[in-house]
Write a protein that binds this ligand. Sequence first.
Ligand SMILES: Nc1ncnc2c1ncn2[C@@H]1O[C@H](COP(=O)(O)OP(=O)(O)OP(=O)(O)O)[C@@H](O)[C@H]1O
Ligand SMILES: [Mg+2]
Length: 266
Amino acid sequence: MERSIATRQDIPLLMSLLEIKGVSMQFFADGKEMVALQDINLNIEENEFVCFIGPSGCGKTTLLRIVAGLEEATEGTVTLDGDPIKGPGPERGMVFQEYSLFPWRTVIDNIVFGLELKGIPSAERLAQGRQYLKMVELERFEARYPHELSGGMKQRVAIARALVNHPKALLMDEPFGALDAQTRNIMQSELLRIWQEERKTVVFVTHSVDEAIYLADRIVIMSARPGRIKDIIDIPLARPRNRTSSEVNLIRDRILCDLRSEIATC
Ligand SMILES: Nc1ncnc2c1ncn2[C@@H]1O[C@H](COP(=O)(O)OP(=O)(O)OP(=O)(O)O)[C@@H](O)[C@H]1O
Ligand SMILES: [Mg+2]
């Protein structure tokens, strides 16, 4: 009888940058078990811009924290370039909703924090930090402290601070959620410009359907608790996108229908 022998052809040739396989997450609170995420499977490609959207409490932040290595999944694996994620690392930059800058550090000292941890000499880290300060158009604010900045400016600093470490993936949890509508639109355009310049993979959580359609290559819609992937929508529209075109309106209707059907059939 012939035995099958694994050959090179059996090894998949194409590996995605991020591979989320069978990820589930349970929390224990007040003596009860709560399933926050259930069997999440998703591959995210290099340079892809993926947005997650879903009802509050469906596990978006939990999933992002698992990818960041800040939380360990109860089941399943996440790999980056084939390597299992076991903790935080500079190849995954995180930007949070709440302004997470160090208040006692100046703008430039916030940006170069990760370079300091790596032991990069001061002149070199200043040069690298200034490059990203320029990218987010805050050169004039180099010596200011976070309390002297607007919300949009603080998030620009947070983006520069993540990018200076040359991450492969930028993980963003409602980064523009606290901004006014006008600033938010500007920040979305700025982020797309930076994404196009730096060619990063972006995983972006939002509650705004319009924001997701403006930004994403793919939108992942999650169901209410326990969080599962309900739908994945490709957005093949060229950028910059017209926020009110008929194509955008059709996609918006589909997403809103998906989200509404979590509580009723539409
Ligand atoms: N450390 C924790 N311990 C216990 N329960 C938790 C913990 N972290 C999150 N949860 C629970 O897991 C569920 C998912 O939380 P998560 O913050 O991921 O939701 P979310 O989709 O990001 O919500 P939102 O849109 O409101 O930010 C929630 O019910 C939350 O209460
Ligand atoms: Mg959240």
